[in-house]
Design a protein around this ligand. Structure first.
Ligand SMILES: [Zn+2]
Length: 121
């Protein structure tokens, strides 16, 4: 079975971006879901979302759902990456209100636009 080398490894990205992409892919990041796995009393609830709704802070949450104003501003700046995949996404609502299926997340992360890596990482 041939091994598919991830596309980002063929791009001219900075070491910092490469490192961050690799850490994200390997779940070697600092999102709450990972921190909670290592700390007995850790919480995996996002501490960046405003409001009282509790969301698990995992990779999909950080990419698409988190309502932190800084992340929302970044999504608005890179809205052209989201609009083709998520009908609900808009400048007025730069986040999704519910989980999406894994195939759609995969398709989003597999898009051929190299600027995806500048948004994500
Ligand atoms: Zn959040």
């Amino acid at each position: 079975m041939p091994i598919d080398v991830p596309r980002y490894l063929h791009l001219d990205l900075s070491k910092h971006v490469m490192s961050n992409i690799s850490r994200f892919r390997l779940r070697a990041h600092t999102l709450k879901v990972e921190a909670a796995a290592w700390h007995e009393d850790g919480s995996c609830v996002c501490d960046q979302c405003p409001g009282e709704d509790e969301h698990i802070q995992n990779e999909v949450h950080a990419l698409l759902i988190c309502q932190d104003h800084r992340v929302c501003e970044l999504r608005k700046h890179f809205s052209f990456l989201f609009s083709p995949f998520f009908e609900d996404f808009s400048a007025a609502q730069p986040f999704l209100l519910q989980q999406v299926n894994n195939q759609l997340v995969h398709d989003f992360l597999s898009q051929q636009n190299n600027r995806l890596f500048l948004f994500s990482f």
